[in-house]
Design a protein around this ligand. Structure first.
Ligand code: FES
Ligand code: FES
Length: 163
């Protein structure tokens, strides 16, 4: 049977689990994650590509889920904040908890994903400040976020330049 033009069946892997969903081709990855798959960790801040709250990894690279349409996601591997923790919290999550790196929490999932990517790929930015430049936080003043990521880097045995 042919699919109606306003629906497409999407196959994607999210946090290691392969999932099929039928959605509009222009449905936002953010809504697919939150509403179709039930992973509400990824947050909507601005919905316009400005704040970074919706950052997830797609095929290993950070993307803004509020600007990523379903038609670009078919066959992709997506990692959300829920995918960072395994048996226990990821060291970055643990450090945010200990250092008070989250307050209202809206920016936190995107911040964690960007920090995770930076610690895996320190060559992607000059320093931590630049690595997190696409993630806005209206609560913390960034100091505790930076100290959280520094603590995680130390525990993971990664060296990152001073901010
Ligand atoms: S919600 Fe996507 S960048 Fe703000
Ligand atoms: S903790 Fe509230 S926006 Fe960052």
């Amino acid at each position: 049977m042919t699919e109606p033009l306003d629906r497409m069946t999407l196959t994607l892997t999210v946090n290691g689990r392969t999932i099929k969903v039928a959605v509009h081709p222009m449905a936002r990855l953010l809504d697919i994650l939150r509403e179709e798959i039930g992973l509400t960790g990824t947050k909507e801040g601005c919905g316009e590509g400005e704040c970074g709250a919706c950052t997830v990894l797609m095929n290993g690279v950070p993307v803004l889920a509020c600007l990523t349409p379903a038609c670009q996601v078919d066959g992709a591997e997506v990692v959300t904040v829920e995918g960072l923790a395994k048996e226990t919290l990821h060291p970055i999550q643990q450090a945010f908890l200990e250092e008070g790196g989250a307050q209202c929490g809206i920016c936190t999932p995107g911040m964690l994903i960007s920090a995770f990517y930076y610690l895996e790929h320190p060559e992607c930015a000059e320093n931590l400040r630049e690595a997190l430049a696409g993630n806005q936080c209206r609560c913390t003043g960034y100091t505790k976020i930076f100290s959280s990521v520094r603590k995680a880097a130390e525990r993971l045995g990664k060296t990152i330049p001073e901010v």
